[in-house]
Design a protein around this ligand. Sequence first.
Ligand SMILES: [Zn+2]
Ligand SMILES: [Zn+2]
Length: 114
Amino acid sequence: MVLSTQPVEITRDAGERQMAIRWADGHLSLYPWRLLRFHCPCAWCSGEWGQPGALAGTQPEDLSEEQTTLEDIALVGRYALQPTWADGHATGIYSFRLLRSLCPCGQCGSAASP
Ligand SMILES: [Zn+2]
Ligand SMILES: [Zn+2]
């Protein structure tokens, strides 16, 4: 089965502190903000050229309230999202493909689950 990587609806839910993505195939993914920030793909957070990033060796629980508060979500072209976090961090570009692979539901077999 090929999973859709095309979102039809993206919702920032401040009450639940999670982001919801409805995919073109009907699947609904719910991302707790903390999980989303922890998987920030930018070079500073995740490292580059074999160097560990700022989040290496940390746990999602180590992130501060500010770091895990989603202020805004911008679309990058037709392929990615760029969230802005309350601590000012906004360099992470999450491709839809990455987001789909991060879906924490049991069905998707997420990389984020233990
Ligand atoms: Zn980052
Ligand atoms: Zn899923």
